[in-house]
Design a protein around this ligand. Structure first.
Ligand code: MG
Ligand code: ZN
Length: 365
């Protein structure tokens, strides 16, 4: 008993002297460095159980498992215990609780500025990547200010406001087949954007301003022809944005984890989660080489009330049960790596990301 206590005292002394508890996978040398770039992943609908399911199906080999810090985000919206993706995205992007369905606005419809807009004003390069339409709620939270997430053609107009340098996703129709007859693709070209419509065109572009409209609305699901595209978009966005000497902010959405959970299809959930995890690997590789990049992965809400009632990691199988075809109120995970990553551990309200991102970059609103 006495020896045990002595060991404990020595361990505590060690923690105090080194200033940290050295855990496997914990890269302490990066903690005190300067943060220049932020790459944020939002796995739409991704709860802890979705990560567990993806981890099991991928036989315990997710990139997410390499992240040294983790925490939780509380997702309630201003008007509902259970958030939607518009209010959930707005909380992360703008640091305010708003009503379900609203984008980049306070509940009284006054404008809430997004972290992307603040960082653009401060000279950083900015980017948005999504497997859904780029005008869909999650990416739109970072660029649009609209009382309804369903106003896709109005939301597309916000991409002309100059605050986003690279956007890659679906949504061509909302830019080019519009009720008002405007061709926003042509207007973006006049602003200096390179417009691309296929992954090959995207890869070949050398422009610093890049708009990729890679599907008429949403891209297909991973299992139906999208394999590798999210990784490619992630790689391209980082390549373009990292040319900016002042740094960059990039949000990448794994949109369809949510859709698989709405459909109560576990294979759809895990294939989309593993697909986003491959894109996380691209970002992590960049961050490890760069040393000045913070990578944060989180979610806007849990979808499906997912439970795992059985499984086998060696075989990569899970038995799933869903409590709902809608979102749930569960907290969602946060994973972080790089300088400033320690600020993202613990339990936080989803509005904390906005201030935390500005704080690690040393930028005031
Ligand atoms: Mg979404
Ligand atoms: Zn949803």
């Amino acid at each position: 008993m006495k020896a045990k206590r002595k060991h404990l005292i020595l361990l505590l002394l060690g923690i105090i002297l080194t200033g940290s508890l050295l855990l496997p996978g914990c890269r302490n040398e990066l903690i005190s460095g300067k943060t220049k770039n932020i790459i944020l992943f939002i796995g739409d609908g991704m709860g802890v159980t979705h990560v567990t399911a993806g981890m099991t199906v991928n036989k315990a080999a997710l990139n997410l498992q390499k992240f040294p810090y983790s925490g939780f985000s509380i997702t309630h919206s201003a008007d509902n215990y259970i958030t939607d993706s518009a209010a959930g995205g707005t909380a992360i992007a703008c640091g305010v609780k708003t009503n379900n369905g609203m984008l980049g606005l306070n509940p009284d419809e006054s404008v809430a500025v997004s972290v992307l807009e603040v960082l653009h004003e401060n000279g950083l390069a900015t980017g948005l990547v999504s497997t859904s339409s780029i005008t869909h709620a999650t990416p739109a939270s970072f660029i649009a200010h609209n009382s309804s997430r369903d106003n896709y053609e109005d939301i597309a107009l916000h991409f002309l406001n100059g605050s986003v340098d690279v956007f890659l996703g679906g949504g061509e129709n909302h830019f080019r087949k519009r009720a008002d007859g405007r061709d926003l693709a042509a207007e973006l070209e006049e602003q200096g954007f390179d417009l691309v419509y296929t992954p090959a065109e995207m890869k070949a572009s050398s422009s610093d301003k890049l708009a990729g409209l890679l599907a008429e609305v949403h891209m297909p699901r991973e299992s139906e022809g999208r394999t590798g595209i999210l990784e490619e978009m992630t790689r391209k966005a980082i390549e373009v944005l990292s040319r900016e000497k002042k740094g960059f902010f990039l949000m990448i959405e794994g949109s369809m984890i949510d859709w698989g959970a709405h459909a109560n299809e576990i294979d759809y959930v895990t294939s989309e989660l593993i697909d986003m995890d491959r894109a996380v690997g691209v970002a992590l590789d960049f961050a490890q080489k760069d040393g000045q990049t913070l990578v944060v992965i989180t979610s806007d809400h849990e979808t499906g009330g997912l439970s795992l009632t059985g499984g086998n990691t060696d075989e990569g199988t899970v038995n799933a049960a869903f409590a709902t075809t809608d979102h749930s109120a569960s907290m969602v995970p946060i994973f972080s790596y790089g300088p400033g990553a320690q600020d993202f551990s613990g339990i936080h309200d989803n509005t904390f990301f906005f201030d935390a991102f500005l704080k690690v970059l040393g930028i005031r609103k």
